[in-house]
Ligand binder design. Structure first.
Ligand SMILES: [Zn+2]
Length: 251
């Protein structure tokens, strides 16, 4: 069942060039978030910290990358020396530059804007069944220790006359995860972006992730996973909808 829905949605996406009927203007309001929102929708507004609007979010340009590469590399040289290593030994000669370039890649989400992903990818559609994309691979960086967080993201939403090209859900995950993060904020940011873009009846986001800062240090639990979820709209208010989502992502 789920597969057929996905197929249908993919077709919609393929028609993107000829049928752009939901061009995103960046000015949608979130139901229940402000005065004049959908009647009877209780406020499920996330904390203001995640509402730092992605429409005005700061981005890092490729020029910025080029400009900052030498100073990041120099900082890595300092780190190597501080660790008791000799940055001049053969194996480490290029390490600061490699590490700096890698770190810029790990945080390339700062170079992209959510709005660029959404433009031309929102379609008017009378589809009112739950849309789910599960097992989206996610690689992020813990902002407290600068080590990887990796895992899987599951997203579901109940459309309200608008749908998003399916591959764009994974792109939203990519943009927010390739930044310095905490898992809770990442989960909310994904849910909020989908809510703002589509004004769906509800959104659910679940992330299961391994934090290297937990696995390699601290409690050192090899197989511990952290699970976070954000439920908005009917996913929060209606246990049946929420259960359907949770069952489908586990099947
Ligand atoms: Zn950490």
């Amino acid at each position: 069942m789920e597969r057929s829905k996905q197929k249908q949605m993919n077709q919609n996406e393929n028609e993107a060039d000829s049928a752009i009927n939901g061009k995103f203007d960046g000015r949608v309001k979130i139901p229940g978030w402000s005065a004049g929102g959908a009647a009877g929708t209780p406020s499920t507004a996330p904390s203001s910290s995640v509402m730092e609007s992605w429409r005005e979010e700061r981005t890092r340009s490729l020029e910025d990358n080029e400009m900052s590469l030498p100073s990041i590399a120099a900082a890595y040289t300092t780190i190597l020396r501080g660790l008791g290593e000799d940055p001049q030994r053969q194996g480490l000669l290029k390490t600061p530059w490699r590490a700096a370039t890698a770190m810029q890649f790990f945080t390339k989400g700062y170079q992209e804007k959510i709005i660029d992903v959404l433009n031309d990818a929102i379609f008017d559609e009378d589809h009112d069944e739950m849309v789910i994309v599960k097992d989206i691979d996610m690689f992020s960086m813990c902002e407290h220790h600068l080590v990887p967080i990796f895992g899987r993201v599951h997203i579901g939403y109940l459309p309200n006359k608008r749908v998003l090209g399916l591959s764009k859900l994974a792109r939203i995950v990519e943009i927010y995860s390739r930044r310095l993060q905490v898992q809770e904020r990442l989960t909310k940011q994904i849910a909020v972006a989908i809510t703002e873009a589509l004004q769906p009846a509800g959104v659910g986001v679940v992330i299961e992730a391994t934090h290297m800062c937990m696995v390699m240090r601290g409690v050192q639990k090899m197989n511990s996973k952290t699970v976070t979820s954000t439920m908005l709209g009917v996913f929060r208010e209606d246990p049946k909808t929420r259960d359907e989502f949770l069952t489908l992502i586990r099947s």
